[in-house]
Design a protein around this ligand. Structure first.
Ligand SMILES: Nc1ncnc2c1ncn2[C@@H]1O[C@H](COP(=O)(O)OP(=O)(O)OP(=O)(O)O)[C@@H](O)[C@H]1O
Ligand SMILES: [Mg+2]
Length: 416
């Protein structure tokens, strides 16, 4: 039996992608020069778990395929510029035939046998801190262009980066392009954080970048992705099961993977994934969404914004903003403030005149759990009685004979 092909983990590229439009192909054309070079600077944004990191890796792969040198920076580093320098030096040592000067330092050159007895000193022309970063980047871009490429710098989780540091990097990339080099910069981040970053005057470059917004796909596409993923393996999924899986995923990329993986698991050794396997995966998918997506996001939602969301729970569908204001005991202007903030947080979205609705799959379930069970209900799931995997460590005087493993509790598995 083939391995479970779904990838319900952040940053993992699935075997089959749900894709809106042709962002990867467009980017490849920009790198190759059939599209304007301006499209080599891209800002990918979207809610948590919609596939920003995966799309960024697609850009990485396609760039390498067309001969570009790619440097992926980490927002967790202390200094993005230092990291860029380090990575540029590393790449230059590989690419630059003159990276190491080999010099004769001793011995004499005779007509015969030259070389054999000579002392040589290998010096690294990129050692030390004195080469300006701009010079390193120039050299790297020039070498990459010899093989028909250029220099691409990637930055994921850009919303967590220091705007001053982002500014330094984008300025370098912009200067490179202005000096006639093939250069590109792609950043990805959560919509709300990206909006905040773009409001900073230091990030004008990003504002002008080509914007790629990603979100959920049609449930029909989600069903096709699940069907195709399974079709590439030795299992099979019934069309009804695939359609139902698409519906449960609500077209949200992370959920496509979670529902697919869980339904696969539930089908066990059977060659076919049936609709029951998919139905059975629904609760699991909601749990995964609540714990891994909504839990972390709701941690930042407090006070009036929290009250706003709770006031919306009284309606089964979209809420009239007038009702929300009344339930909260605030006036319309005030209501508008929190409405706008929650829209920026991607928690709610407008739903026709004077109405708003919850913006993410299973956010309602997450809010209800938080309301009824407190914040810990989001972090761990409902409380239950469980047995330890291994028996507790033996207390002194109760040691098992040496060489034996701690015994399992005799009652383990009974009474269930
Ligand atoms: N285009 C896609 N089609 C189907 N599934 C996808 C796609 N892109 C990503 N996924 C799946 O969705 C999940 C989230 O992907 P990814 O980590 O790229 O999201 P993200 O937007 O970067 O999330 P975060 O905001 O937490 O960084 C993963 O399980 C991944 O396999
Ligand atoms: Mg990501």
């Amino acid at each position: 039996m083939d391995r479970n092909p779904f990838t319900p983990g952040f940053g993992l590229t699935p075997p089959v992608l749900a894709m809106q439009g042709t962002p990867v192909e467009d980017f490849a054309e920009a790198l190759e020069g059939t599209r304007p070079a301006g499209h080599r600077s891209v800002l990918i944004s979207g809610a948590r778990g919609v596939g920003k990191t995966v799309l960024l890796s697609q850009f990485h792969d396609v760039a390498e395929e067309v001969g570009w040198e790619v440097i992926a920076l980490h927002t967790s580093s202390d200094s993005l510029a230092d990291e860029l320098r380090g990575r540029a030096v590393h790449a230059l040592r590989d690419l630059d035939p003159e990276a190491r000067d080999s010099r004769v330092t001793s011995g004499s050159i005779s007509a015969l046998g030259a070389g054999a007895s000579l002392g040589r000193e290998i010096s690294d022309r990129y050692e030390g801190e004195d080469v300006p970063l701009a010079v390193l980047l120039d050299r790297l871009a020039a070498l990459a262009s010899l093989r028909g490429g250029g220099l691409l710098v990637l930055l994921d989780e850009v919303q967590s980066a220091d705007p001053d540091q982002v500014h330094v990097i984008t300025q370098h990339m912009q200067d490179l392009a202005q000096r006639g080099h093939a250069a590109g910069f792609v950043a990805a981040g959560v919509r709300a954080g990206v909006d905040e970053l773009l409001a900073n005057p230091k990030t004008t470059f990003l504002r002008r970048a080509h914007q790629v917004e990603i979100g959920s796909v049609d449930v029909g596409i989600a069903a096709q992705v699940i069907m195709t993923t399974v079709a590439d393996t030795d299992k099979h999924i019934t069309p009804e099961a695939a359609v139902r899986a698409g519906e449960i995923s609500q077209g949200y990329p992370y959920l496509i993977q979670v529902v697919g993986a869980e339904a696969w698991q539930r089908s066990g050794t059977s060659g076919t994934i049936e609709i029951e396997d998919v139905e059975g995966a629904r609760e699991f998918a909601i749990d995964a969404m609540v714990h891994n997506v909504h839990g972390p996001a709701l941690r930042d939602i407090n006070g009036r914004k929290d009250e706003y969301l709770l006031a919306m729970l009284e309606d089964d569908g979209p809420s009239a903003v007038m009702d929300v204001a009344r339930r909260m005991g605030i006036d319309q202007n005030n209501q508008n403030v929190y409405r706008s903030r929650l829209i920026a947080d991607e928690m709610i979205r407008p739903a026709g005149r004077g109405h708003v609705e919850l913006a993410m799959p299973y956010l309602r379930e997450a809010l209800i759990r938080r309301r009824d069970g407190g914040r810990s209900a989001l972090a761990h799931g409902p409380a239950r009685v469980a047995r330890p995997i291994r028996a507790s460590r033996p207390v002194q005087g109760d040691r098992p004979a040496s060489g034996t493993r701690p015994g399992r509790r005799s009652e383990r598995g009974s009474g269930r």
